[in-house]
Design a protein around this ligand. Structure first.
Ligand SMILES: Cc1cc2nc3c(=O)[nH]c(=O)nc-3n(C[C@H](O)[C@H](O)[C@H](O)COP(=O)(O)OP(=O)(O)OC[C@H]3O[C@@H](n4cnc5c(N)ncnc54)[C@H](O)[C@@H]3O)c2cc1C
Length: 514
């Protein structure tokens, strides 16, 4: 009989704990009788930023039957219904990227192509964001809940939302619910490898002890302790097309009684962009910029000028933008910051971790002795495609009208990836449709038309004449879409007037503990 496998996750940041939760759950379902350990070091802090998720986090919480209100209370979480993109297209122009999908709640008429509501909006010169429930909620900073007469809360729609939170508290929250996972507080300083296969046999810990295992997850953040320092995994850089490489994080306190944003603010600046992400007590903020075009000192002065206040920098983070060529090598799989990193414009990092771990658990998790080279190749191909798609989507945000600084002129002239150009060229001939995005993640969430439309629309990259032409081919679909969009806009405007204010919702949750 094969002995019970030992899965060892190195790193106790958000990525390590998400991996541990998913591994434990799937191993149990697969009747693997596995031992799972997390090695983390209290001497090495987690990255300390990274506070906006996508709806994938809500799917993850629901899967593990986590009480969402408990999550709000214990992690300082707030709602994220979308992203407010400010000054990207041009200075003074704002658009929202709501993350709900109205197509989900309307049964399409016979013969309607995918995305027909989006195409109709573009053809009629109407803003795509307005037919989303989250559109008016974003503009009014409201929660997607109303209060019933008996004081209980009722959701305003079936849509998944996302969260903002304190990243360190999420790690602690998951750790506190990790029954059955062994936790080792130690620094991994090296590994012992099998001479023949090159696989990792055991970790060498700082006190000289060894921890043997069958399969290792590298979740050590930017240190990439196993996958790069030990296994020398090659890195694919996205630095050419994604220009920012440095971050200046800081906080702004939220005053009592102040309304709280329900969006991540992505605010374009002279050499990059600023994020503002609310938790219940403060905005986690930062300026992500290119140090080719400004210095840390100039960046700080610029932020202070824009905000009209002094800030206290909470670090100076330099990062490499890109991904591992292969995230899974031998018996070691990297996840989180150790496997890839893109500027946090669309919160792809924690999203990527959740989806990658779900993919791995669903398709490839078995006794490590039975994992094959074909498994690794297949996983690496899919994950590589996923992160490349994130790159192309983020890169598309840089197709702007701005040319007021050397940074923006450089971005426009030199930083667009061929795939970004190719997609935009295609969408000048044919409106974006779901079929243009091949499902290579077996239905797991990915950046498809739902997220593209508000961004392409907000940047003015969709052609109303083309949309009109496509709509004209099916007059009955057009009539249905017009009626539907009219009624969605009306219904959601009304819903937003009944919705609770975001701060009021959070106060309700805090005051109604279990
Ligand atoms: C500027 C910035 C903004 C970001 N914004 C977002 C965002 O809005 N949304 C989003 O989804 N993501 C964002 N991210 C990414 C996000 O922070 C990460 O995806 C997330 O926090 C997971 O990090 P991690 O667990 O991979 O690494 P870390 O948090 O760095 O954790 C690494 C862990 O490994 C341990 N460790 C390291 N070396 C060793 C060793 N040798 N031995 C033992 N243990 C070790 C540490 O103790 C720690 O527990 C942002 C990142 C940056 C830099």
């Amino acid at each position: 009989m094969t002995k019970a496998p030992h899965f060892v996750i190195v790193g106790g940041g958000t990525a390590g704990w998400i991996a541990a939760f998913i591994f434990q759950d799937s191993a149990r379902r697969a009747k693997l009788d596995a031992r799972i350990s997390v090695v983390e070091s209290s001497k090495i802090p987690t990255v300390g930023v990274g506070e906006a998720s996508t709806a994938a986090l809500r799917v993850f919480l629901q899967h593990f039957k986590v009480d969402e209100f408990e999550f709000f209370r214990e992690t300082g979480a707030t709602f994220k219904l979308g992203i407010r993109h400010q000054d990207w297209r041009r200075k003074g122009y704002t658009y929202y990227g709501p993350i709900d999908d109205p197509h989900q709640v309307v049964a399409p008429p016979t013969g309607a192509p995918s995305d027909y509501l989006n195409v109709y909006c573009v053809s009629a010169g109407r803003r795509v964001q307005d037919m989303h429930l989250f559109g008016p909620l974003l503009e009014r900073k409201k929660a997607p809940y109303a209060k019933k007469a008996d004081g209980s809360l009722i959701p305003l729609g079936p849509f998944h939302y996302a969260f903002h939170f304190d990243q360190a508290l999420v790690g602690r929250f998951l750790k506190a619910r990790s029954a059955g996972i062994e936790i080792v507080d130690a620094i991994v300083s090296g590994v012992e490898r099998d001479a023949e296969s090159g696989n990792i046999r055991s970790l060498v810990l700082d006190e000289g002890e060894k921890l043997a295992g069958d399969f290792f997850v590298d979740a050590t953040g930017f240190r990439k302790q196993l996958i790069v320092k030990e296994l020398n995994a090659p890195w694919i850089s996205y630095a050419k097309e994604l220009p920012v490489n440095r971050a200046l994080p800081f906080w702004i306190d939220i005053e009592p009684g102040e309304e709280i944003a329900n969006y991540t603010l992505a605010w374009a600046q002279e050499a990059g962009w600023m994020w503002q992400i609310p938790t219940q007590t403060r905005y986690g903020c930062g300026y992500v910029y290119s140090d080719e075009f400004t210095t840390p000192e100039e960046a700080k002065l610029e932020v202070e000028r824009v905000l009209g206040r002094q800030i206290e920098a909470r670090g100076d983070i330099r990062f490499q933008i890109g991904r591992l060529q292969e995230a899974w090598i031998g018996n070691c799989l990297a996840v989180g910051l150790s496997s890839s990193f893109l500027e946090p414009l669309e919160s792809t990092s924690i999203h990527g971790t959740i989806v990658q771990m779900m993919l791995f658990a669903d398709r490839y998790l078995k006794h490590p002795a039975r994992m094959t080279g074909a498994d690794r190749d297949d996983y690496n191909r899919r994950v590589g495609r996923q992160v490349d798609d994130f790159r192309t989507f983020v890169n598309t945000h840089y197709v702007v009208e701005r040319d007021d600084t050397p940074f923006w002129r450089n971005v426009r002239a030199e930083r667009l990836h061929p795939e970004t150009k190719e997609r935009l060229a295609h969408w000048r001939k044919e409106m974006p449709r779901r079929e243009h995005f091949v499902d290579f993640l077996f239905g797991l969430p990915h950046v498809e038309t739902q997220l593209h439309y508000p961004v392409l629309d907000g940047l003015g990259l969709l052609d109303a004449k083309l949309a009109k032409g496509e709509m004209a081919k099916q007059p009955e679909v057009r009539a249905f879409a017009r009626k539907t969009v009219d009624s969605l806009v009306k219904e959601y405007k009304l819903a937003s007037s009944k919705a609770l204010g975001h701060a009021e919702f959070l106060e309700h949750v805090r005051n109604n503990a279990g």
